[in-house]
Design a protein around this ligand. Structure first.
Ligand SMILES: Cc1ncc(COP(=O)(O)O)c(C=O)c1O
Length: 453
């Protein structure tokens, strides 16, 4: 981990150099700070001394307002499996735009979109569209509680399910969260099956267990197939619903997501990001009997409202549906999922070779179209064997080091996310891999000069 003798953030040469390369971003951020809270619109986009302001993007690259080019590993927060502006997506969206943005009515594209999801995702007997992954997990938990008449949920520390009240606080709660919700949310350390088994055996008020099937943050704290199989068996035995949050790993682990890859079928699944090809769109999918909680009841020639109400002005908007269909056809008909995984493996290998050459004990790991940089002494084997505490893998790196690393990468033409790590698309090239590995090397050089290791 980073040393305490490191150069403070405000005196960092890395941040100074980044600032002088990005004057246009600085000017925009100064304006933004007078209006947007903290000058940003997503906590993950915050960066000192200022975030990068992007002007346009194409394929695996994006360009900031100063004309600097970056290899992009934000990938639309993971949505862009096909990279920026994939021709098939652009064509589908462009064809739809003149036909209308919102019909306030059902339309053929939502049916085709649902058919593709049903074809690809093993557990998707029924589908209901939402706008965001947050809404999909929110709806999933509500439907689960309504279906089995129980109120508590189990989730795992570090697993991210969006920002609605049930899923966005650590054990003990957080400002703004209603105490009753904190009480009804049982938070277990990742992969702690003994504690899950104990809770399931000792309580009869648990509606569902929700998790990221790859492990927290797309595998930053890996889970593995064995835990998923144990969870499937334990929840089935106790009549508790199992929810896979595949918002980020859906259509990335395999064409059928993590459930397709591991061969474990959850009761409900939340999908977002890739499912809508970079446009706003998401879905809750799963067992027909569970999702029937959203259905009108036809009784004795009359009709009654659904037990669970689900509205949403922009659900299955035709432009998002067009982008989603175009993307899922690429997923189904081509090898984009495997290609992105292969490129991510090449990035991890290249970065690990840099670490070895420098004699640094850190590692870069991941299993799918992702890479995670671990800044402590451990190998990927240590991590996959569970020998590194989860709190070290997620959140164990100082914000100062993360800031410097991100700025260092930006300085060398690469935009990583603050895990730190990145999400890889099917259109990242060999040249992107080389550039990324070189940027990592150059960033490490600067971090060493600032006493970060
Ligand atoms: C696993 C997971 N669940 C839920 C969400 C929330 O999705 P959204 O940002 O679309 O609300 C995310 C977003 O990153 C995610 O990665």
């Amino acid at each position: 981990m980073a040393t305490t003798h490191a150069v403070p953030l405000m005196k960092s040469e890395i941040l100074r150099a980044y600032a002088s390369k990005t004057p246009g971003s600085r000017a925009l951020h100064e304006r933004a700070e007078t209006l947007l809270s903290n000058g940003v619109t997503h906590v993950g986009r915050y960066l000192l001394p200022h975030p990068v302001y992007v002007e346009h993007a194409a394929g695996s690259r994006k360009w900031d307002v100063d004309g600097n080019e970056y290899v992009d590993y934000f990938g639309g927060h993971g949505a862009l499996l096909l990279g920026h502006n994939h021709p098939a997506v652009v064509e589908a969206v462009s064809a739809q735009v003149p036909k209308g943005a919102h019909y306030g009515a059902s339309h053929a594209l939502e049916v085709e979109w649902a058919e593709l999801i049903h074809e690809l995702v093993p557990s998707a007997e029924r589908i209901r569209f939402t706008i965001s992954g947050t809404e999909a997990t929110h709806l999933g938990l509500r439907v689960a509680r309504a279906f089995n008449g129980k109120r508590k949920i189990i989730r795992f520390s570090g697993h991210f399910h969006g920002w609605h009240d049930h899923v966005c606080f650590p054990p003990g709660g957080a400002p703004g969260i209603i105490p009753g919700i904190v009480e009804d949310t049982l938070i277990v350390p990742p992969n702690d099956m003994a504690q899950v088994e104990e809770l399931l055996a000792s309580r009869d008020d648990i509606a569902a267990v929700i998790l990221e099937p790859t492990g927290a943050t797309f595998g930053q704290v890996p889970t593995g197939g064995e835990v998923l199989r144990q969870l499937r068996n334990a929840t089935a035995r106790h009549g508790v619903l199992l929810i896979f949050d595949e918002v980020i790993c859906g259509f990335r682990c395999s064409r059928g997501g993590a459930q397709g890859f591991y061969g474990v079928k959850p009761d409900l699944t939340s999908l977002a990001k890739v499912v809508a090809g970079g446009y706003p769109g998401a879905a809750l999918v799963g067992r027909a009997d569970v999702l029937s909680m959203l259905d009108y009841r036809k009784v004795e020639g009359d009709i009654q409202p659904p037990p669970v109400l689900h509205q949403g002005t922009y659900n299955a908007g035709p432009i998002s549906a067009a982008a989603g269909i175009a993307t899922l056809k690429q997923v189904r008909n081509t090898d984009v999922v495997e290609k992105a995984k292969r490129t991510a493996a090449a990035i991890r290998d290249g970065m690990n070779a840099v670490l070895r050459r420098r004699g640094l004990g850190w590692c870069v790991y991941g299993e799918f179209s992702d890479f995670h940089i671990y800044c402590g002494n451990a190998s990927p084997e240590d991590i996959y064997a569970g020998r590194v505490p989860w709190s070290q893998l997620k959140g164990g790196i100082s914000p100062r080091l993360v800031h410097k690393m991100r700025a260092g990468f930006l300085l060398h033409g690469v935009d990583i996310v603050g895990w730190p790590g990145g999400v890889v698309s099917a259109v990242h090239t060999g040249e992107d891999v080389r550039r990324t590995v070189d940027a990592f090397d150059a960033t490490l050089e600067m971090l060493a000069a600032e006493g970060e290791f």
